[in-house]
Design a protein around this ligand. Structure first.
Ligand code: PMP
Ligand code: GLU
Length: 397
């Protein structure tokens, strides 16, 4: 008997998590694998955040919380949005969830009807397309490449919008390319959105604290777009808190209410302890995370300079996040011991099994000629990894 739903049969496994799992399996067999597949900071959560969590445990914050989050958390999020992004929200427009991933699926479930079109600039983060399809939405992918720093143009956006467009969903800075749109570029895209008031904009800003080209601009600050932009953020990346699971949205009131309704049926409020830790993190001066940002910048510069020496791959100069997304199609059709590398997936498996570096194939991000490296790891490991990649690629003929 097959008890599985058609819905889950159509759902792809998260490729980032799948590659991390394969890398770890090989590691458990005793192979010295470098795992650059998963986007996860290698830093420890700041001590003051840990203390707030310990305090919450001691004070017995152990009961169900309100579904959208504790009042002091909603207020801290409002303050953070105003202070860091110049976005004005009332607490009733904020919903905290179990990670930004959860925030995004909540918003998709709350807004996307079967047959609605959702525009995703490609490359896009793996889970966006699966979330849209799970809700029977139609993914409209806008292709870009490394030559244009993976940025879509206003003309491209305008052409993609139809009466059926429900949502435009993007991450800025972008996972998997590291691309960060400038204020001018976002204002130019904003002009297209102004002409199309039926499109909801979802701006995933989870990498806002990891930027190398000045401050990130939030598209929701454009006055005409304010009432139809959902801004997503979370603690995983900026505060090195992936396992704590806290994401949040600032949204139009009707969307926030709908998300609370969904969350109330599925998961209830996020972890009480994590919420109290989040209040401490969000109320802190954002400069507390600067040392991590500086380390990421050094790592980015090192990785780019080393990757430029690897023959026949092409890279951009990412403005944020901690990913590099090289174009690797030169190696398709080459072989190793008689086995042909057909595509990026084969190349990733080869680089894992022979080079012992785990990375994620670009197909999952809507860009099959690329692979993704996460450089949230030490400079020594980055040097070692690129050495291995270079050697393994040189062995392909
Ligand atoms: N959005 C983007 C662009 C991401 O890269 C990630 C995870 N790396 C998430 C959302 C989800 O983050 P989390 O659920 O850990 O908050
Ligand atoms: N979002 C991170 C990544 O892209 C973590 C894995 C995941 O949540 O899919 O690697």
């Amino acid at each position: 008997m097959n008890f599985l739903s058609n819905r889950v049969e159509k759902l792809a496994e998260s490729e980032t998590l799948a590659m991390a799992r394969l890398g770890n399996e090989l590691k458990e067999k005793g192979v010295n694998v470098i795992n650059m597949s998963l986007g996860e900071p290698d830093f420890a959560t700041p001590d003051f955040v840990k203390l707030a969590a310990k305090d919450a445990i001691d004070k017995n914050c152990s009961y169900y919380t309100p579904v959208p989050g504790y009042k002091d958390l909603l207020e801290a999020v409002c303050l953070k949005f105003k202070r860091d992004n110049n976005l004005s929200f009332k607490p009733s427009q904020i919903v905290a969830s179990t990670g930004a991933k959860h925030s995004i699926i909540n918003v998709v479930m709350a807004t996307v009807n079967p047959g609605d079109e959702v525009i995703l600039p490609a490359p896009y983060w793996v889970s966006y397309s699966e979330m849209v399809q799970l809700n029977e939405g139609i993914v409209i992918s806008l292709p870009t490449d490394y030559k244009s720093d993976f940025k879509i143009t206003p003309a491209q956006l305008e052409k993609a919008i139809t009466p059926k467009t429900k949502m435009f969903l993007f991450s800025n800075p972008c996972n998997p390319t590291g691309t960060m749109y400038t204020e001018t570029e976002l204002r130019a895209l904003g002009e297209v959105f102004k002409k199309n008031p039926h499109v909801l904009i979802v701006s995933d800003e989870i990498y806002e604290h990891i930027t190398f080209q000045g401050k990130m601009f939030s598209i929701g600050t454009i006055p005409e777009l304010k009432d139809r932009t959902v801004t997503v953020n979370g603690l995983s990346k900026g505060f090195a808190m992936t396992g704590w699971r806290l994401g949040y949205i600032g949204a139009p009131e009707a969307v926030a209410k709908a998300v609370v309704k969904i969350q109330g049926q599925f998961t209830s409020g996020a972890s009480s302890i994590t919420q109290k830790a989040a209040v401490a993190a969000l109320n802190a001066d954002p400069s507390v995370v600067l040392p991590m940002q500086e380390a990421f910048l050094r790592r980015r510069d090192l990785l780019i300079s080393l990757m430029k020496e690897v023959p026949n791959i092409k890279v951009n100069n990412p403005g944020g996040a901690f990913y590099l997304f090289p174009e690797v199609s030169f190696y398709f059709g080459k072989s190793y011991n008689g086995t042909v590398i057909k595509d990026a997936k084969d190349l990733c498996m080869y680089l894992l099994n022979v080079g012992h570096v785990a990375m994620t194939p670009g197909g999952a991000f809507g860009a099959p000629d690329y692979i993704r490296l996460s450089y949230a790891t030490s400079e020594d490991i980055i040097r070692d990894a690129v050495g291995r990649i270079k050697k393994a690629l040189a062995d392909l003929h």
